[in-house]
Ligand binder design. Structure first.
Ligand SMILES: Cc1cc2nc3c(=O)[nH]c(=O)nc-3n(C[C@H](O)[C@H](O)[C@H](O)COP(=O)(O)O)c2cc1C
Length: 235
C-alpha cells in the first residue's frame, strides 16, 4: 500500500488548476504615486506576533521519509529567507510515523516553525502536539470535503465546533483556524472569533485541490474536483 502523505505530494504535483481567482483582480495603475519605494513596509501582525513579510510556507507535509526530505528543504528556504514555515498535520507523528520528519530546527536553529492538526482530533492531541513541537502557532485544519471524499475519512462532524471551542480554551499558544483549499464561509469565521480564535487561514479553491487528490487516491474518480470558494471570493 502506498503512503498517504506521499500520495498527497504525488497528486498535488500532478494537478493543474484550471483557474486562479487572483487573475480576475486588476490593480489600478497609479501614475502619480504618493510614496517613495523605501517607505513601502511589508511588515504585518498576525497570530500574536509581528512579521517581516505577509506570507509564509503553509502546511504541507511530514509523516514519511519523502515528506521529511521536502520539509528539510522547506526549512532551509524558510530559515535562510526569514519566513515562517508550517509543518503538515502532526497527527501522523502522534501515531509514531516519522516524528523526526517534522522538525529541522536542530539543523536550522533560526527557523520559525508552526504546526498543524485536524479539528476532528480531540483537544488532548492538540495539547500533545503543542508540547512536542513548541510551535509559533497551531493551525487547526478544517477539511470537510477531503474527509468526505476519502474512503477511510471521518464521518462524524458534529464534534468539530466543540473541538474548536475546547482548543481555544485549553491550548496555550496562538491558534489559527485553517482551510485546506476550499475557502471559508463567514459563519465559520464568526464562530471561530466568538470562541477567541483571532486568526483564520481561508485557503481557497484554485491552487491545490484536495478533492482531486482524494479522488485520485480513491481510484481515478472525478467528483467535485472544483468544490468550494476561491480565496478572492472568500475575501
Ligand atoms: C502536498 C500537500 C499537503 C498538504 N497537507 C496539509 C495538511 O497536512 N494540513 C493542512 O492544513 N493543509 C495541508 N495542505 C493544504 C495547504 O496548506 C493549502 O491550504 C492548500 O494547498 C491551498 O493553497 P494553494 O492553493 O496555494 O495550494 C496541503 C497541501 C499540499 C499541496
Amino acid at each position: 500500500m502506498t503512503n498517504r502523505k506521499d500520495d498527497h505530494i504525488r497528486y498535488a504535483l500532478k494537478y493543474q488548476s484550471p483557474y486562479n481567482s487572483f487573475d480576475d483582480m486588476e490593480l489600478i495603475h497609479k501614475s502619480l504615486p504618493t510614496y517613495d519605494l523605501d517607505q513601502i513596509d511589508l511588515s504585518t501582525h498576525f497570530a500574536g506576533r509581528d512579521w517581516d513579510f505577509p506570507f509564509y510556507i503553509n502546511a504541507m507535509t511530514g509523516g514519511s521519509a519523502k515528506g521529511g526530505s521536502v520539509n528539510r528543504k522547506l526549512a532551509e528556504v524558510a530559515s535562510r529567507t526569514g519566513i515562517l514555515m508550517v509543518t503538515g498535520s502532526y497527527s501522523a507523528a502522534l501515531k509514531g510515523e516519522t516524528p523526526e520528519s517534522f522538525d529541522y530546527r536542530q539543523e536550522f536553529p533560526d527557523l520559525d516553525l508552526a504546526t498543524n492538526i485536524g479539528v476532528d482530533k480531540s483537544v488532548d492531541l492538540g495539547i500533545k502536539t503543542v508540547e512536542a513541537m513548541n510551535p509559533v502557532f497551531l493551525q487547526l485544519h478544517v477539511n470537510l470535503m477531503q474527509e468526505l471524499l476519502m474512503p477511510e475519512g471521518e464521518r462524524i462532524f458534529h464534534t468539530w465546533k466543540e473541538n474548536v471551542a475546547a482548543n481555544a480554551q485549553k491550548i496555550d499558544c496562538p491558534l489559527v483556524l485553517k482551510e485546506v483549499g476550499f475557502g471559508m464561509d463567514v459563519e465559520t469565521i464568526r464562530y471561530a472569533m466568538s470562541q477567541g480564535i483571532k486568526t483564520v487561514d481561508i485557503s481557497g479553491r484554485g491552487g491545490t485541490s484536495f478533492a482531486y487528490i482524494e479522488n485520485s487516491r480513491g481510484g481515478n474518480r472525478d467528483y467535485l474536483n472544483d468544490w468550494g470558494q476561491s480565496t478572492v471570493q472568500t475575501l
